[in-house]
Design a protein around this ligand. Structure first.
Ligand code: PMP
Length: 417
């Protein structure tokens, strides 16, 4: 039997000499071994919903309720009665599906309204929407950046950005390292047709923010375009939830803003906000827009979500209170939560095996989290990741803190782990 101890999912992407069916066979042995060792921690089991408390249906042992810290439904909008009603209204008015790609009859009035509304949300004129945030990134960068160009990526940008940059040259700089970014901007001057710096607003693994003011300054100085994916900042960061762009008041200085409707906005879908000419270009050139059907009429609820951000700001306030409460509790337990400045809170563990063990112990204490391992982060950066919701109650957060206190004692966890 092969020992897969040092393997990761990434090693199975391409194995020289074997065909994809053989990769799949090997991968099945690997995942079975992970499961036997308890490293899978019930990933991909079906859950009973995406609320702050869930039921996990694992026969026998774990058929019980857990406080859930795995959802990006930050404001709890997926369960909001007005959101459900708006989705139902959309379906009743237009039907259950869009029936076509935008170019051949799938672009409905609510799609148009949504494009205008999301652009206006960021104080800009134009937007294009996609069926997911992943597609918004992969389609846009694939369409704009070719082999004469250079994409300059913060190493921690989302996988969909990397996918979008497969047709172009890529240089990446260590996460949030401005000296390294400047070195790339300097050394690549006059060598490419277009240079585009691509960052996230809020980073999905650390929960920290991009230093947008410094990046805008560098891009201006070195004449590079700037694109920012603020999937995790929208609805969460900034006084009125416009994200990192609001925090720095740099609405007009980011050339391309991308994001998703699947997190704070409580549905699914993606968007790109940019100048009217660039958006028009994407509408005719982005293959995923031309050749793939548009989002379903249920996405009319996103119009409602954007209104709710302004009409019911108490959800954002509650999320911030919850985040502060949990962070303070974790810090007073002496746990290392890194540089988080959002509703994503990692607890650094630093070792894959211990990470799996701690994730399991947390479940024993009634708390469902995600263990994040290589290749999502480097091996030494293995961590438990938690994301908070406005709808978590204080009692649920106390359950989480009590669980960590118990796990810390049981697993001998220290801040410097
Ligand atoms: N960007 C970031 C930073 C993300 O974290 C995600 C989702 N995990 C996406 C884009 C993709 O969004 P979606 O789930 O809508 O495809």
């Amino acid at each position: 039997k092969i020992n897969f101890d040092n393997a990761s999912f990434k090693d199975f992407e391409n194995i020289p000499g074997l065909d994809p069916y053989q990769w799949a066979e090997l991968f099945n042995d690997y995942s079975e071994q992970l499961r036997e060792k308890g490293h899978m921690n019930y990933r991909f089991e079906s859950l009973s919903g995406c609320g702050p408390e869930i039921e996990l249906k694992v026969p026998g042992k774990f058929d019980q309720r857990y406080v859930s810290l795995v959802s990006n439904d930050y404001l709890g909008f997926t369960q909001h009665p007005k959101m459900k009603a708006a989705a139902i209204r959309g379906i009743e008015r237009f039907g259950s599906g869009a029936g076509a790609s935008p170019a051949i009859g799938g672009h409905f009035s609510f799609h148009q309204e949504l494009e205008q509304k999301i652009a206006g949300f960021f104080q800009r004129e134009s937007a294009i929407i996609y069926t997911t945030g992943y597609t918004a990134n992969s389609a846009t960068f694939q369409c704009l950046l070719k082999k004469e160009d250079l994409a300059i990526l913060d190493m921690s940008v989302h996988a969909s950005v990397y996918e979008g940059c497969q047709l172009t040259n890529v240089k990446s700089f260590p996460h949030n390292n401005m000296e390294a970014l400047e070195r790339i901007l300097q050394s690549s001057k006059d060598r490419y047709r277009t240079r585009m710096v691509i960052i996230d607003g809020v980073y999905s693994q650390d929960g920290d923010l991009a230093p947008l003011d410094k990046i805008v300054e560098l891009c201006r100085h070195y004449d590079a375009y700037l694109a920012m994916d603020d999937a995790h900042g929208t609805g969460v960061i900034g006084k009125t939830g416009r994200g990192v762009i609001e925090l720095y008041d740099l609405y007009q200085q980011v050339d391309i803003i991308t994001g998703t409707f699947s997190k704070a906005l409580g549905h699914i879908g993606g968007y790109v906000v940019a100048s009217p000419k660039l958006i028009n270009f994407l509408k005719f050139q982005a293959r995923q827009h031309l050749f793939s059907s548009t989002s379903t009429p249920a996405s009319m609820c996103i119009l409602q979500a954007i209104d709710l951000i302004d009409e019911e700001p108490h959800w954002m306030e509650k999320l911030r209170e919850n985040t502060a409460y949990l962070k303070n509790g974790l810090l007073s337990l002496g746990l290392d939560i890194g540089t988080s400045a959002s509703a994503i809170i990692p607890v650094k563990i630093g070792d894959i095996t211990r990470n799996a063990e701690i994730c399991r112990l947390l479940m024993d204490a009634g708390v469902y989290t995600n263990q994040i391992n290589y290749p999502a982060v480097s091996r030494k950066d293995a961590r438990i990741r938690m994301s908070l919701m406005a709808t978590h109650t204080q009692e649920q957060l106390d359950t989480v803190l009590n669980a960590w206190e118990w796990v810390k004692a049981k697993a001998g966890l220290h801040a410097e782990a």
